[in-house]
Design a protein around this ligand. Structure first.
Ligand code: SF4
Length: 386
């Protein structure tokens, strides 16, 4: 990822404040751009350029056309860049009626929470104009149970619209509904693993979110190359909650993890719940599709589950281990381990702890189980069935 101007649009959960600022924006220097292109050529990697509100000057266009690339552009510039991925930021939805099949194939819809309960109304007209819709739920950190309910309701409305488009042979992709039907394994964002970002300062970052949040969180330079501290934490196998999850389409966003749980490999309650609402929505969509389309076997079967947050599910599974000592009716081996868990948190205060604390607690419990008793973690969501 390369932001090509100081006002480059966001395409994800983070914000670039300068995109919304009235301050005059500037482009990356030509020297810097040449350096980036040379680096990408050397490593045989394509580049995603994040554009700002101004059209690229001719010399920039000529230069970036020398390399395999994708432009990610605000919707206001969609007429200028035919094959670009179009970002629709909040306050830019007035451009949506101008979309035609020709101008839009891939849209990133960045949706503010205040309009969540109108999601279906916003998405429905897009089903006829583009091949793919990527929904980004902004302000996810402040989602409440009511917002989760609203999201679930909106997804139920969208089901029927998508059903019609599938029946008429228009297989529009939606990251929050159809992706899960086609995925056989986790397909996360993978920042720092399959892609990284070069900031306007010439330094490397896991993704643009880390660049805008804290410039000192750099993971390298042209000269030094890339060096990611605790790189193993980015790997799925080292994410105790996610590695057992089957919400395969979830972004597993390291930036949100860091912001909301302080652990790069621990997902927030909000990310897990929205991903599971979507996962369960895919399950329902498949159910509805099965009687109406011939190629239903192309879409994965998804099991029915009765929870939205795998961590809370795990806690329920493990709560027997949190009972006070006198109520435990276990073998000596279990009791010995339970004694050490009592040092982590008092069972009586269990209801008072936050989701983030719960996350840390459950991780601790799982690690303790594995390390001390040589058991597999309990309550891992679907992995037993896989
Ligand atoms: S880590 Fe990935 S999903 Fe999260 S903000 Fe960065 S690019 Fe987006």
């Amino acid at each position: 990822m390369v932001p090509i101007a100081t006002d480059a649009t966001s395409f994800c959960y983070y914000e670039n404040k300068e995109y919304h600022s009235k301050k005059a924006a500037s482009f990356i220097s030509i020297t810097q751009l040449k350096k980036i292109i040379k680096y990408a050529e050397k490593h045989e990697t394509p580049i995603n350029f994040l554009l700002g509100k101004k059209r690229l000057p001719k010399e920039y266009t000529q230069l970036i056309n020398t390399i395999d690339h994708v432009k990610i552009t605000p919707i206001s510039l969609m007429q200028s860049y035919n094959n670009a991925i179009i970002v629709v930021n909040p306050n830019e939805r007035n451009h949506l009626p101008k979309l035609t099949k020709r101008t839009a194939s891939n849209i990133i819809l960045r949706l503010e929470k205040s309009v969540l309960n109108t999601l279906a109304t916003i998405v429905t007209p897009l089903l006829a104009t583009c091949k793919r819709i990527n929904l980004i739920l902004l302000e996810l950190e402040s989602y409440s149970d009511k917002d989760f309910k609203d999201y679930k309701k909106q997804i139920a409305i969208i089901h029927d619209k998508v059903l019609h488009s599938y029946q008429s042979g228009t297989n529009v992709e939606l990251n929050f509904l159809s992706d899960r039907l086609l995925l056989q394994k986790m397909n996360n964002c993978d920042a720092g693993q399959t892609h990284f970002t070069i900031g306007l300062n010439g330094k490397f970052y896991l993704c643009p979110a880390f660049y805008y949040a804290k410039k000192s969180d750099s993971i390298g330079t042209f000269k030094q190359g890339i060096s990611i501290p605790n790189k193993q934490l980015l790997e799925l196998e080292n994410a105790p909650i996610c590695r057992h999850c089957d919400a395969f389409h979830c972004k597993r966003c390291f930036y949100l993890n860091k912001q909301l749980t302080a652990e790069i490999n621990t997902p927030s309650h909000q990310q897990c719940v929205t991903a599971h609402i979507e996962r369960n929505g895919s399950h329902t969509l498949r159910d509805k599709l099965k009687d109406t389309i011939e190629n239903i076997e192309d879409f994965n079967e998804i099991s029915e589950i009765d929870y939205l947050d795998p961590m809370q599910h795990s806690i329920k599974q493990n709560e027997r281990l949190l009972l006070p000592k006198q109520e435990m009716n276990n073998t000596v081996q279990t009791r010995t381990s339970a004694d050490s868990w009592h040092n982590v948190i008092e069972p009586k205060s269990f209801n008072k702890i936050s989701n983030q604390e719960l996350a840390r607690l459950i991780l601790h419990l799982q690690n303790e189980l594995v390390q001390r008793l040589s058991l597999q973690p309990q309550g891992s969501t679907n992995h037993e069935k896989q």
